[in-house]
Design a protein around this ligand. Structure first.
Ligand SMILES: [Zn+2]
Ligand SMILES: [Zn+2]
Length: 416
């Protein structure tokens, strides 16, 4: 009755996660099949060499970030794939937009699905707090063992109570905790989304014209933060066609803002590039539907009404061409990981805002737990062994942890 655990990729890297749990008869669960963060999208041959593709397996995807599902299309067609229902929607949307649509079936669970029986394993997905919506921790029981995989998580986002609840009432008798450690050894800011909301409110109050914000449309916690900041300062939040598409795909069963009569202060900006994108995807109907609703807006209309406006670098030219360029009375906020910002790039929103005399600010908080919360979580779960994944600082974590079992990528550990 021996179970084996193999971290194919992720014991010493962030991203590209891929973990295997195999039963005594060879039955296999694969947790995530992520694209390494430094790998160009679309490049093939990136699956970990230690992952055996000749035998069947079931893939469980923890959440919709590319470093957890990006190699999905490279897996054998006969492998079964599972993810959260909204995660599957977001994966399909991301794949379509980059012209590499997902052609395979993804079976889905919901946040209240309870446990799934997959062969000799019982899998219990538990909704968690992360910068991707519909992110799950996965509890896997079978063959006398209990394993908890955190996926990516934090305890300072808008769903922190989900993790606090787990800390207060931890699952019992966990043998192995596979925990992410992205923020070990870093001094990345770990403020709450609520505190960030207050900072956006302060900025909107002192800004005479627009607050332009660059953030990931799939970071829905951030969209909510911005929506609330807009509402508190009497402004509209303006998202583009893609931002609206993301919200509409995941709104079911939530109180998320979504374009429509219930949220009159949420507007959808129709731009030529947005139209081109959705026409290319064969979704002209979506553009027509959005463009004919009262919540749709245009660059010209926005020029005269101060708002909080989603702005990606790819939209800069069309904003400038139609009366929505930066002025000294605007603010530009970079609200993503600062590693994605090259302030020296003269074509970036940051540089163009500076050149125009607009205020530039970084307002962001990490999608991952800080060291203290990692320690608090691991201590509460109190596993027999903690297996580090998704981190660079695990050799010298500098925090109190349960007994750590350090594996190498591809090393097979028999849980005897
Ligand atoms: Zn990740
Ligand atoms: Zn993630």
């Amino acid at each position: 009755m021996t179970l084996t655990l193999t971290v194919h990729r992720g014991t010493r890297t962030i991203g590209g996660s891929c973990i295997e749990i195999a039963g005594p008869d060879g039955e296999r669960l694969i947790l995530d099949a992520g694209l390494p963060l430094d790998a160009p999208r679309g490049m093939s041959g990136l699956l970990p060499e230690s992952l055996d593709l000749t035998r069947p397996a079931t893939l469980l995807i923890s959440h919709a970030h590319l470093d957890h599902w990006g190699l999905l299309q490279e897996l054998p067609a006969n492998w079964t794939v599972w993810s959260g229902a909204k995660t599957a929607e977001l994966i399909r949307l991301s794949a379509e937009i980059t012209d590499s649509p997902i052609t395979r079936r993804i079976q889905t669970w919901h946040s209240r699905s309870g446990s799934l029986s997959i062969g000799g394993f019982t899998v219990t997905p538990t909704l968690t707090d992360h910068s991707a919506p519909d992110a799950y921790m996965l509890r896997i029981e079978g063959f006398g063992r209990r394993i908890l995989y955190t996926g990516d998580f934090r305890v300072h986002g808008r769903k922190s109570t989900l993790v606090e609840k787990m800390i207060a009432e931890p699952p019992k008798a966990v043998d192995v905790l596979l925990m992410e450690g992205t923020n070990l050894g870093t001094d990345k800011p770990v403020v709450t989304e609520k505190a960030l909301e207050d900072e956006f409110v302060a900025l909107a109050k002192e800004t005479r014209r627009h607050v332009f914000v660059s953030w990931s449309a799939q970071n829905v916690d951030r969209t909510v933060t911005l929506f609330r900041a807009a509402r508190r300062t009497g402004r509209n939040l303006v998202v583009d066609l893609y931002g609206a598409d993301v919200l509409r795909r995941i709104v079911d069963g939530t109180d998320l803002p979504v374009p429509g009569p219930d949220f009159p202060d949420l507007r959808v900006l129709i731009t030529p590039s947005g139209k081109r994108l959705y026409t290319r995807l064969g979704r002209e109907d979506y553009v027509t539907e959005m463009a004919t609703k009262p919540f749709s807006t245009s660059r010209k209309r926005l020029a005269g009404e101060p708002a909080i406006i989603m702005l990606r670098d790819s939209m800069l030219k069309e904003f400038e061409a139609d009366a929505l360029g930066f002025t000294p009375e605007d603010a530009y906020v970079f609200s993503s990981w600062s590693g994605y910002l090259d302030p020296g790039d003269p074509t970036s929103g940051w540089a163009r805002a500076r050149a125009a005399g607009a205020k530039t600010v970084k307002l962001h908080t990490s999608g991952h737990a800080g060291p203290k919360d990692l320690s608090r979580f691991a201590s509460a779960i109190a596993p027999k062994a903690l297996v580090p994944v998704h981190g660079l600082g695990w050799d010298d974590p500098g925090i109190a942890l349960p007994p750590v079992r350090r594996l190498a990528d591809g090393e097979v550990w028999a849980l005897t």
